[in-house]
Design a binder for this molecule. Structure first.
Ligand code: SF4
Length: 516
C-alpha cells in the first residue's frame, strides 16, 4: 500500500504533518510497511488534510479532512481490513470541483511528489526543455509562444512572446532571466502553490525562456514569507543541476543556464518589475522610470526578461502539446487557462484553474459551490488591492482580459475574494486602500500622501463621521492619485474605491447621511 499526504502550506496548516506522524506511529506499532509519500496542494484547500490510499493494483481512494484520530481507522479498516471508509471519502461533488477545471499549470499539483525529480520525469518532465534546447532556435521558441497567445499572468496580461522577443533582440553578451515570485495580493496564493507543489515546472519553463532570450543566468525572486516554497524550489534546482538540466552545457548542448533564488523581504511594491530589479541589486525596492524597459536595460543594466511563476509554468505544457493546442483553450480575447485563488465567503475555497471564457458564475457557483451558509452573493474582488469589485449583477461576466477590465476590475494575478450580503463595501475598499497606503514606497507625492488622505476620508465615513462632499473629494483624489503616480501600485490603488463607488455608491451615502 501507498499513502500519499497532501503537504502544501494549506495541508500543513490543517495538520497534515501530524497526520503523517500518526501514520508512522501506526506503522511502528503494527509493524507495517507502507510507502509514505507526500504531494503538494490539489486545490481543494477546504478539504485538507487530504490523504490518498493506493492499493497494490493502483486503485486510489481519497480521504479528506483527515485528522490524527482518523489514521488508526484508515490503517485498520482500509489497509488491513481492505474496506473503504465511506464517511471519510472525498464526495462526488468535490471530485467534480476538480473535474470541471482545465489543468495546465496545476496539472501535477497534488499529484506528484514535488521533492522528487523522478516524479516529474515520469510525467514527461524536462522533455520540452530538452527539445527546445537541442532542436529549436530562439526564434522558433518565441514563435511557439506567440502562436499559443500566452499573456503574462502577473496581472498586466502583456503578450509573453513580445517581451521575450524584445529581450532576445536586445544587444548584449550578458542577459538575465528573472522570475517574479513576489506574490503579495491579500488572498492570492497561486504562485506559492505552484512552487510548493510543482517546482520543476517553473524551472523547465525558465530553461525554455532562457534559450529564447539568450540568458545564462536566472534568478527567482521569492518572498521570504514563503519558506516551504523556497525550500522545495532549492531542492528542485539542486536535483535539476545533478541531472545536467541546469548549469554548464545543459542537456549535452553548448547552451548553459543556471538559476538561483533571492528571498525578498515581502514588499508589495517589489512585484513591480523595476522595483524588483532594484531590490535584486541590493537597493531599496523602489520603482524606476520606464523607459528604458527591462528588456533593454534591466538587472545590472543588462537586457532582462521578467515573468511571474504562473507564466513560466504554462510554458512546458505549451511545448509538450504545441502552441496551437494551447491557443485553442480560452476564447477569442484571451488564450489558455487562468489559475484563481478562491477565498472569502465561498463554500469551496482553494485553487482553481479554468480555461479563459468561462463566466464568474461558473467559477463561483459551479466550481466554488456558491456562497457560504447560502447567503446572497454580493460581489467579488478581483486583482487584489490593484483590482476592483465586480457586483452580483455582473456575475455572468466572461473571464478574459478585456471583459474583466470593462467592469472596472482587473484580472490581476488571480485573487478572487468573494463577498456576501453582510459585507460592507466601504469597509472593504478601506481595507484594500489601507494595504496599498502601507505598501506605497513613498517616491510620488500623490501615492504617498493622496492614499493617506483617501484612507482618512474612508475611515471617517466607516466610523459614521462622514461629511457632505466626502464622496466628491474621494473621487477627485482617486483621479489625482491615478494620474500622479509613477508605477502600477499608485496608478491602481484607487481601483477598489472607484469600483465600490461605481456599484455601491448608496452604501457610502448611507454611511454619511444615515445619522444626519
Ligand atoms: Fe512608489 Fe507609489 Fe510612486 Fe509607485 S506610485 S513609485 S509605489 S510612491
Amino acid at each position: 500500500y501507498k499513502v500519499i499526504i497532501g503537504q502544501g502550506s494549506c495541508g500543513i496548516a490543517a495538520g497534515a504533518a501530524k497526520v503523517e506522524e500518526a501514520f508512522k506511529d501506526q506503522m511502528a506499532a503494527k509493524n507495517l510497511s507502507i510507502d509514505l509519500e507526500k504531494t503538494g496542494c490539489i486545490g481543494t484547500c477546504y478539504l485538507e488534510p487530504i490523504v490518498d490510499v493506493v492499493d497494490p493494483s493502483g486503485n486510489k481512494i481519497t480521504y479528506v479532512n483527515v485528522d490524527t484520530g482518523d489514521v488508526e481507522r484508515i490503517v485498520d479498516e482500509h489497509i488491513l481490513g481492505q474496506k473503504n471508509i465511506t464517511d471519510l471519502e472525498m464526495a462526488a461533488q468535490d471530485k467534480e470541483m476538480i473535474a470541471k477545471q482545465k489543468r495546465v499549470v496545476l496539472q501535477n499539483c497534488g499529484v506528484i511528489d514535488p521533492e522528487r525529480i523522478e516524479d516529474y520525469l515520469v510525467v514527461d518532465g524536462y522533455k520540452a526543455a530538452e527539445k527546445a534546447i537541442n532542436e529549436m532556435t530562439p526564434e522558433e521558441i518565441i514563435d511557439t509562444v506567440k502562436v499559443a497567445g500566452l499573456a503574462g499572468r502577473g496581472g498586466a496580461g502583456f503578450p509573453t512572446w513580445f517581451k521575450w522577443n524584445e529581450a532576445h533582440k536586445a544587444k548584449g553578451d550578458v542577459k538575465y532571466l528573472v522570475c517574479n515570485a513576489d506574490e503579495g495580493d491579500p488572498g492570492a496564493f497561486m504562485d506559492r502553490s505552484v512552487l510548493e507543489s510543482d517546482p520543476h515546472a517553473l524551472i523547465e519553463g525558465m530553461i525554455i525562456a532562457a534559450k529564447a532570450i539568450g540568458a545564462a543566468q536566472g534568478v527567482v525572486y521569492v518572498r521570504a514569507e514563503y519558506p516551504l516554497a523556497i525550500k522545495r524550489l532549492e531542492n528542485a534546482i539542486g536535483q535539476a543541476r545533478e541531472k545536467g538540466y541546469l548549469g554548464k552545457n545543459i542537456f549535452g548542448s553548448d547552451f548553459s543556464f543556471d538559476l538561483r533564488i533571492k528571498a525578498g523581504a515581502g514588499a508589495f511594491v517589489c512585484g513591480e518589475e523595476t522595483a524588483l530589479i532594484a531590490s535584486l541589486e541590493g537597493e531599496r525596492g523602489m520603482p524606476r522610470l520606464k523607459p528604458p524597459f527591462p528588456a533593454q536595460k534591466g538587472y545590472w543594466a543588462k537586457p532582462t526578461n521578467i515573468n511571474n511563476v504562473e507564466t513560466y509554468a504554462n510554458v512546458p505544457w505549451i511545448f509538450r502539446n504545441s502552441g496551437e493546442t494551447y491557443g485553442q483553450l480560452g476564447n477569442e480575447n484571451s488564450k489558455g487557462t487562468k489559475v484563481f485563488a478562491l477565498t472569502g465567503k465561498i463554500k469551496k475555497g482553494g485553487l482553481v484553474e479554468i480555461p479563459m471564457g468561462l463566466t464568474l458564475r461558473d467559477v463561483i457557483y459551479d466550481i466554488g459551490g456558491g456562497i457560504k451558509n447560502d447567503k446572497a452573493f454580493k460581489a467579488v474582488q478581483m486583482g487584489g488591492p490593484s483590482g476592483g469589485c465586480v457586483p452580483a449583477e455582473l456575475v455572468d461576466t466572461v473571464i478574459d482580459y478585456p471583459s474583466i477590465t470593462k467592469t472596472g476590475a482587473i484580472m490581476g494575478s488571480g485573487g478572487m475574494v468573494v463577498m456576501d450580503e453582510t459585507t460592507c463595501m466601504v469597509d472593504m475598499a478601506r481595507f484594500f486602500l489601507d494595504f496599498t497606503r502601507k505598501e506605497s514606497c513613498g517616491k510620488c507625492n500623490y501615492c504617498r500622501i493622496g492614499t493617506m488622505r483617501m484612507l482618512e476620508i474612508l475611515t471617517r465615513i466607516t466610523e459614521g463621521n462622514g461629511r457632505d462632499g466626502d464622496i466628491e473629494l474621494l473621487e477627485e483624489l482617486c483621479l489625482k492619485v491615478k494620474e500622479g503616480s509613477m508605477c502600477g501600485l499608485g496608478q491602481t490603488a484607487p481601483n477598489p474605491v472607484l469600483t465600490t463607488l461605481r456599484y455601491f455608491r448608496n452604501e457610502y451615502e448611507d454611511h454619511i447621511y444615515r445619522h444626519k
